[in-house]
Design a protein around this ligand. Structure first.
Ligand SMILES: [Zn+2]
Length: 461
C-alpha cells in the first residue's frame, strides 16, 4: 500500500458509522478492511470520518492572466473545503479558451480534477452576437459547428447557457443546442432568467427542449433563480418533468444572497421592481465601496464605470432555498465566483456549511443525505464511474473530516476564510490539504466526459 488510513470511520449504505481502514495503492482505493493496514505511509485518523472527495458540479474556474499564468485563488479555497473534482465553464462562460486551459492543466497540473462545459454565451460573443440579439440561421450553423468541434476534440460534459446574461438566446437556438447535446449524450446546464414573473415560463421552455431532443437538462443554482416566492410552483414543474420522463436535475447553494457582476443584464433597468428589492439589498464586494450597501447613486456609478465589480444581492428567501436543497433531485454546488480574491463566501464555505449547519446543527436533512448530494449523486449524473464512492478500485479521492466540528467560516468581508473540521483532503491518492493548509495545488487533471459510460437512469442512492 502506498498510503494506509487507520482508525477512521465510513458511513455505510444505511448511513451507519462503521470503523474501517482504507489502503491506497496506485492512486486507487485498494483495500477496505476492519483490520489494521500497513503502508509506505500511514495516517492515524483518530476517529475522523472518511468520505468520498466532494464533486462540485457548478464552479467558475480560476483564470489565466494576461501574462499567461494560471492564478490559483479559487482552487485553494475549493480544495480546502474538500473539493477534489469540479465542473467549470458554467452560466454560459469559459473565461479562458478551452484548448488553452487544457494545455495549461496538462503542463502544470491543477488543484483538483476539472471537467468543463462549453460556455454558449462565450461562443455567441466570439461571433459578436450581443446579449439581446437572436442568432440568425447562419450564425446558428456556426454555433452548432463550434459546439460539435469542441465536444469531439475536448470531451466536454455538456454546454452551459446563461440565459439571464443573454436573454436574446432564442428558442431556435435552444433546440439546436439540445440536438447537439443529445448527439453527445451530454448535459445542458442552464442559468435561467431569475425573475419571478419569468422563471417558470423559462423552465418550461427548457423542459420542452429536453423532452423534444432527449438532451439531459441541469438547472443551475436553483435558489438564486427561484427563491423569490415561486419555489413551490417551480419545484412542482421540475418534479413533474422528471415524472414525465425528462432527464432533469439541478443544484443549489446554501446561502440566501446571490452574487454577480454589477454590469450584468441581471441588473438591467427594472430589476428593483422585478425582484421586489431595494438598492440597499445589494452589498458591494469590491473596490472603494467594498462592504457598503448600495444606494441608487453608487449603483448607477459602478454599473457604468466599473461593471466588473462583484455585488451580493441579499434578496433570496431562506425557507425556499431549504426546500430546494431537500429535493431529491437537487444537489449542492458552490458556484464559486471570485474576482481577484474577492466575492461570495460560498466559494470557501458551501460544503462545510451544508454538513455543519444544514445537516448537523439545524437537522434540515440528515448527514448522509447531505453527503450524497456532493459525492455519489453528482458522480452518477456526470457519468464519473470511478468517483463519488468509497469502493475498491475507485480513484482515491477522499476527505477526512470531523463531523462534530465541521463548519464554514467564510463571510462576505472575508470570503476566503477556510472552514473548520476538514482535516485532510486526498486527491488521486495524494494528500493535497492537511489541517487547512494546501500542500499541493498541482495534482489535479483535466477530466474527459466518458460518453456512454454514465448511467443517468440509475436512481440516486
Ligand atoms: Zn450562474
Amino acid at each position: 500500500m502506498d498510503l494506509a488510513l487507520n482508525n477512521g470511520f465510513i458511513l455505510d449504505a444505511n448511513g451507519e458509522k462503521k470503523a474501517l481502514n482504507i489502503g491506497i495503492k496506485d492512486h486507487k482505493i485498494f483495500k477496505i478492511s476492519p483490520g489494521y493496514l500497513d503502508g509506505r505511509e500511514t495516517l492515524d485518523l483518530q476517529g475522523l470520518l472518511i468520505t468520498p472527495g466532494f464533486i462540485d458540479l457548478h464552479i467558475h474556474e480560476d483564470k489565466i492572466n494576461d501574462s499567461g499564468n494560471l492564478e490559483i485563488i479559487e482552487g485553494r479555497a475549493l480544495t480546502r473545503m474538500g473539493v477534489t473534482s469540479a465542473l467549470g465553464g458554467n452560466c454560459g462562460y469559459n473565461f479562458t479558451d478551452i484548448e488553452t486551459l487544457i494545455e495549461k492543466i496538462n503542463s502544470r497540473g491543477f488543484p483538483y480534477d476539472l471537467g468543463l462545459f462549453i460556455g454558449y454565451n462565450s461562443l455567441r460573443e466570439k461571433l459578436d452576437i450581443n446579449e439581446y440579439q437572436e442568432a440568425d440561421a447562419e450564425q446558428r450553423n456556426s454555433l452548432i459547428q463550434m459546439m460539435q468541434t469542441i465536444f469531439t476534440n475536448n470531451k466536454t460534459f455538456g454546454v452551459s447557457l446563461g440565459i439571464a446574461y443573454h436573454p436574446g438566446i432564442s428558442n431556435k437556438e435552444l433546440m439546436a443546442i439540445g440536438k447537439v447535446a443529445a448527439e453527445y449524450d451530454a448535459l445542458i446546464a442552464v442559468h435561467l432568467i431569475g425573475f419571478p414573473d419569468r422563471v417558470i415560463e423559462n423552465l418550461k421552455e427548457l423542459i420542452a427542449v429536453s423532452a423534444e431532443t432527449g438532451a439531459r437538462l441541469h438547472i443551475s443554482h436553483i435558489g438564486s433563480v427561484a427563491s423569490y416566492g415561486r419555489m413551490e410552483d417551480f419545484l412542482k414543474v421540475f418534479d413533474q418533468a422528471w415524472q414525465d420522463g425528462v432527464r432533469i436535475r439541478g443544484d443549489c447553494y446554501p446561502y440566501s444572497a446571490f452574487c454577480t457582476y454589477i454590469g450584468s443584464a441581471v441588473f438591467a433597468e427594472g430589476f428593483i421592481e422585478r425582484l421586489d428589492c431595494a438598492y440597499g439589498d445589494l452589498e458591494i464586494l469590491q473596490g472603494e465601496y467594498k462592504g457598503q450597501c448600495a444606494t441608487e447613486d453608487i449603483f448607477q456609478k459602478l454599473r457604468k464605470s466599473k461593471p466588473e465589480t462583484l455585488v451580493a444581492a441579499h434578496v433570496m428567501n431562506r425557507e425556499e432555498i431549504i426546500k430546494a436543497i431537500r429535493n431529491d433531485r437537487i444537489m449542492v454546488a458552490s458556484d464559486i465566483t471570485m474576482n481577484q480574491g474577492e466575492g461570495h463566501p460560498r466559494g470557501a464555505g458551501t460544503f462545510p456549511r451544508l454538513l455543519g449547519r444544514y445537516c448537523r446543527d439545524e437537522e434540515l436533512l440528515d448527514f448522509y443525505t447531505g453527503l450524497k448530494k456532493i459525492t455519489s449523486q453528482p458522480a452518477d449524473w456526470l457519468g464519473l464511474n470511478n468517483k463519488g464512492r468509497i469502493a475498491e478500485g475507485y480513484q482515491a479521492d477522499l476527505v477526512l473530516l470531523d463531523e462534530e466540528t465541521v463548519i464554514d467560516n467564510a463571510t462576505f468581508s472575508e470570503p476566503l476564510l477556510p472552514p473548520e473540521g476538514i482535516e485532510h483532503v486526498i486527491l488521486n491518492g495524494e494528500l493535497i490539504v492537511s489541517q487547512n493548509k494546501s500542500t499541493d495545488l498541482s495534482k489535479g487533471k483535466y477530466m474527459k466526459y466518458q460518453r456512454g459510460d454514465n448511467n443517468p437512469a440509475r436512481d440516486f442512492s
